[in-house]
Design a protein around this ligand. Structure first.
Ligand code: AMP
Length: 286
């Protein structure tokens, strides 16, 4: 049985999704430029749809699983199994107002205010929960221009760096939801489909786990091995291998967070280590 996985056909998430599947050994082989489906390894088939439509597609069982933004999953409000946070496409859905609006916190939003958003359900739920009566104005894009057009005083919009809001003279006053790309699945999948999706989750997870790590090898003078162990915690402690050099050196291998690699290499050099080699890791299953 070929499992159908709904992937974004364009937009911010699409490139990174393809890269992730490729890195997991599930190459997206499109049958032509504008193909609607593609083979995805031997067991999966990708179907390309708009990111917004993916929650509906998956909830209705037209695809067994899909990748889309958590914001869109919540806006759709459909029951789905959340399989995994893919960690890219990070953004926040925020309440923003014109800088000169005098609104500094959501408490300052007056009843009767008009709020423009591409996320009308989440916007309504946010203000309902706070007991504030606002009129939600649904828009299909570019909510940030609504205050300039006099359509709304307030917007609820996605932001990652904040620069689009700032460019439009808007100020963030509250976070409605934190989002990133997620792998979600249909609630009605068979046990066999669920098992395959577990394997898929493991494969994608191993790529994500490897991304923040590097594999480091170094020849270490035996007399400083104790100090090197402290510098290199590794996954389960470093691997130490004999080197055929008469017993002065050992080879040490370890998995190191990429963020600390600069400091670690300097520390190893200072301890007299030689032949230091740092490589990328394709996949990591602890
Ligand atoms: P797009 O198809 O480009 O409109 O975006 C689809 C999804 O990308 C959104 O629903 C979000 O989950 C995600 N995304 C990540 N960063 C941003 C951002 N700064 N603005 C809008 N969407 C973002």
């Amino acid at each position: 049985m070929l499992l159908k996985i709904a992937l974004p056909n364009k937009g911010r998430l699409s490139e990174e999704v393809r890269e992730l599947f490729n890195d997991a050994g599930l190459e997206v082989r499109a049958r032509g430029e504008r193909a609607l489906t593609a083979s995805l390894g031997g067991e999966f088939e990708a179907i390309f749809v708009r990111a917004q439509d993916i929650p509906e597609f998956v909830a209705d069982g037209a695809a067994h699983a899909g990748v889309t933004g958590w914001d869109l999953v919540n806006e759709a409000g459909r029951e789905l199994d959340h399989l995994m946070d893919l960690e890219f496409g990070r953004c926040r859905l925020v309440v923003a107002t014109r800088e000169e609006s005098g609104i500094n916190t959501p408490d300052d939003v007056r009843n009767g205010s008009r709020v423009a958003s591409c996320f009308p359900r989440l916007t309504q739920a946010f203000f309902d929960k706070r007991g504030q009566k606002v009129t939600v104005v649904p828009v299909s894009g570019a909510a940030e221009i609504a205050p300039h057009l006099g359509i709304a005083d307030i917007v609820v919009d996605l932001t990652s760096t904040g620069s689009t809001l700032k460019m439009n003279g808007l100020r963030e006053v509250a976070t409605v939801l934190e989002s990133s790309a997620r792998l979600v699945a249909c609630k009605g999948n068979t046990p066999e489909a669920q098992r395959k999706l577990e394997e898929l989750t493991l494969a994608l997870g191993s790529v994500l786990a490897a991304r923040g790590k590097r594999y480091l090898m170094a020849n270490v003078p035996k007399k400083v091995l104790g100090q090197v162990r402290e510098v290199l915690p590794g996954l389960n402690g470093p691997t130490v291998v004999d080197v055929l050099d008469g017993g002065n050196f050992v080879a040490v291998h370890a998995v190191v967070p990429s963020k600390t690699i600069y400091r670690t290499v300097n520390a190893l050099k200072a301890l007299g280590c030689e032949g230091i080699l740092v490589t990328r890791i394709e996949r990591l299953m602890a």
